[in-house]
Design a protein around this ligand. Structure first.
Ligand code: ZN
Ligand code: ZN
Length: 240
């Protein structure tokens, strides 16, 4: 405790998204909290995108999910990918801000608590080894590990792997994104037995078209998963 106090005095904790001092590490300051688009009301049951209207008992779906077949059952997102949320995602991904993973996992855990089963296994969407080498870490694996801790369920960081290199999804049409990802992900043979008959919760930082998560979910089913849900830190609003 004394050491903690000393560290706080030497390095006072500051807001996750700006330099404003805060009470303890892992918090947003009041201004950034207001500017962070948390999803806490009615949302699409497949992709987590917020929808207008009061909460409903029956699941509701957004226009995208009514048009595109999602191979998974339920999807949850903590944030809309804009404003401070976008900065937090980019800082986690490119800025070596690993400290963002734990608070993001707490926000996400609140959204997906109702999906958790006794046999849930939490796994990240994999990066291709070349990209993993360049970036040195997989931000989705950091999120998956932190989420597993909050939800007290096991995580398997290399449950899935990329079996071919895909070019960037940027600038592609929605159809192009799905084509680009088709068959790009498979269960790691070492873990195939862990997937059989099990509930898999896939974790990614951002869902845009959902093509990468679809490829990952299909890989789980190909390896015998009983049920697949997805959880993302942020849901990008329709731009493509
Ligand atoms: Zn702030
Ligand atoms: Zn949706």
């Amino acid at each position: 405790m004394a050491l903690c106090h000393l560290l706080n005095t030497l390095y006072p904790p500051h807001c996750l998204a700006c330099s404003t001092p805060v009470r303890r590490a892992g918090l947003l300051c009041a201004a950034c909290w207001t500017n962070t688009p948390f999803i806490d009301g009615l949302a699409c049951d497949h992709c987590g995108t917020p929808l207008p209207g009061p909460l409903e008992d029956a699941p509701v779906h957004c226009d995208d999910c009514l048009r595109i077949a999602r191979p998974w059952s339920h999807g949850r997102a903590a944030l809309v990918y804009s404003d401070s949320a976008r900065r937090l995602v980019l800082a986690l991904k490119h800025g070596d801000r690993h400290d963002i993973a734990a608070p993001a996992a707490r926000w996400l855990a609140r959204r997906c608590a109702g999906l958790i089963r006794p046999d849930t296994l939490i796994a990240p969407v994999p990066l291709h080894p070349t990209r993993l080498f360049q970036r040195r870490f997989n931000q989705s694996a950091l999120l998956a590990r932190a989420l597993a801790q909050v939800l007290a369920r096991p995580a398997c960081p290399d449950l899935l792997r990329r079996i071919r290199r895909t070019s960037s999804q940027d600038g592609r049409t929605r159809e192009g994104r799905f084509e680009n990802m088709q068959g790009a992900i498979a269960a790691h043979p070492r873990h195939a037995a862990r997937i059989t008959g099990r509930h898999i919760l896939l974790v990614d930082d951002v869902m845009t078209s959902g093509a990468t998560l679809a490829a990952a979910a299909e890989a789980c089913f190909a390896a015998g998963a009983d049920h697949v849900d997805v959880a993302v830190m942020a849901r990008a609003k329709r731009q493509i």
